[in-house]
Design a protein around this ligand. Structure first.
Ligand SMILES: [Fe+2]
Ligand SMILES: [Fe+2]
Length: 144
């Protein structure tokens, strides 16, 4: 399954959008590599998930805390489930190396989760953040 990040998936926060776009690009690269029979790419994907993806989820949590986001617990449960999947995929990678079945499973599990999570949960978080972080308009500003 090839993935493409489009503006429909924008959460309206440039840093998060850039990180989501990179996740999609990584999944696309993994897909191409799999078709080309290149299994080494999955090792790079696993390293990316362990570091950058984990940092991304932590940054979202920092934002949720700062906002007092009411859906934080639900959102975090989603992240936790994903992190458990990443840990299991990384464990299999470390135990058995970049097997064909691992490449397939990474692509399936990660691409499916990322696309669904961003489209629903991160977009909702983005909308809330924009509403609460936006600067007051001139009309709303109290005279000094
Ligand atoms: Fe995200
Ligand atoms: Fe998220």
């Amino acid at each position: 399954m090839a993935l493409q990040w489009t503006s429909v998936l924008s959460v309206g926060i440039p840093e998060l959008d850039a990180e989501h776009a990179e996740m999609f690009e990584r999944m696309d690269r993994l897909h191409d590599a799999m078709l080309a029979g290149d299994r080494a790419e999955v090792s790079r994907t696993i390293a990316f998930l362990r570091e950058d993806a984990v940092r991304h989820l932590a940054a979202e949590d920092t934002l949720m805390l700062a906002l007092g986001y009411p859906e934080r617990e639900r959102h975090l449960r989603e992240h936790e489930a994903f992190l458990a999947t990443v840990r299991e995929l990384a464990r299999r990678h470390d135990a058995n190396g970049p097997t064909a079945v691992l490449v397939h499973d990474v692509e399936q599990a990660v691409a499916t989760w990322v696309e669904a999570h961003v489209a629903v949960h991160d977009v909702a978080l983005g909308a809330f953040a924009r509403e609460h972080l936006r600067r007051p308009t001139t009309a709303e500003r109290k005279p000094a």
